[in-house]
Design a protein around this ligand. Structure first.
Ligand SMILES: NC(=O)c1ccc[n+]([C@@H]2O[C@H](COP(=O)([O-])OP(=O)(O)OC[C@H]3O[C@@H](n4cnc5c(N)ncnc54)[C@H](O)[C@@H]3O)[C@@H](O)[C@H]2O)c1
Length: 258
């Protein structure tokens, strides 16, 4: 039986990271051809290992998704090496000394917004023409529950909220070309981005875990499986939407009234 992404060509940003590398493996297993982008050269070994384990076709492309020249070059490379583009996953991110607003340096705001919002802007801008050529496509952008409720990190929160608004408009602007755009808001996921912090505070981490009704924080595959659904034709009538994938965090826990 053909995979759920059989014949599709996908670009995944931040593919060397925890969630990005899980998406690479999931997409390969479902038959997609992949360009795996990251700022870090580690993406080359991620791709080599994934193809070795799962099989399929993937190329690594080291580029800064916040630099228009590099993004335009990457999209030319996608067309030349794989023939077009059906799926874009805006997943890459970085945050820089991101704290409450009165303490936040302008330069750290700028760098965080570049990494979390300008990157998805540029990748989407340069992906849309390729998707128009193929009469459709699916763009999946990774935001955060930080965009939906007050958590922490001023610049990251602003960028992830902006990402939701921007990608909803992309859905409306390009629906007539059958280009879909949807956003996922994960809760805490076990990657180095979160665990490097929480490992310093085991008691705080336990309190965090207890906030999750399903009793655990997420794994990268919890997000990769949902990205797969939104990227595939199974979600062909879904666009302009925001999906919390968060172990029930945003739903809340019941009050302990007896
Ligand atoms: N881990 C969590 O708890 C969590 C929670 C909510 C949302 N998210 C979101 O999930 C996505 C993936 O997060 P993760 O936990 O896998 O993070 P990660 O740090 O493991 O991976 C992020 C990747 O993005 C790459 N990157 C950074 N700047 C880049 C740039 N300018 N160009 C290209 N690549 C760049 C990094 O090199 C890294 O490999 C992010 O959008 C993040 O905001 C994560």
């Amino acid at each position: 039986m053909p995979g759920r992404l059989h014949g599709k060509i996908a670009l995944i940003t931040g593919a060397a990271g925890g969630i990005g590398s899980a998406i690479v493996r999931r997409f390969l297993a479902e038959g997609a051809s992949i360009v795996a982008n990251d700022l870090s050269r580690n993406v080359e070994s991620v791709v080599a290992e994934a193809v070795g384990d799962v099989g399929g076709r993937a190329v690594a492309h080291v580029a800064n998704h916040s630099n228009e020249r590099e993004v335009a070059g990457m999209m030319r490379g996608v067309r030349e090496s794989l023939g077009g583009l059906d799926i874009l996953v805006n997943n890459a991110f970085a945050a820089f000394n991101d704290i409450e607003i009165a303490e936040l340096e302008e330069s750290d705001w700028d760098r965080t917004l570049d990494a979390c919002l300008k990157g998805p802007f540029l990748c989407t801008k340069h992906a849309v023409p390729l998707m128009k050529e193929r009469h459709g496509g699916s763009i999946v952008s990774i935001s955060s529950v930080n965009a939906l409720r007050a958590v922490s990190e001023t610049a990251y929160t602003a960028a992830k909220g902006g990402l939701i608004s921007m990608m909803r408009l992309v859905a409306a602007d390009y629906a007539e070309w059958n280009i879909r755009s949807n956003v996922i808001c994960p809760g805490t996921i076990s990657t180095s981005a979160s665990m490097d912090y929480w490992e310093q505070f085991p008691a705080g981490f336990e309190a965090l875990r207890q906030m999750y009704p399903l009793g655990r924080i997420g794994e990268p595959d919890d997000i990769a499986d949902y990205v797969l659904f939104l990227a595939s034709d199974e979600s062909r009538w879904v666009t302009g939407t925001v999906h919390t994938v968060d172990g029930g965090l945003m739903g809340g826990t019941k009050l302990g009234v007896v």
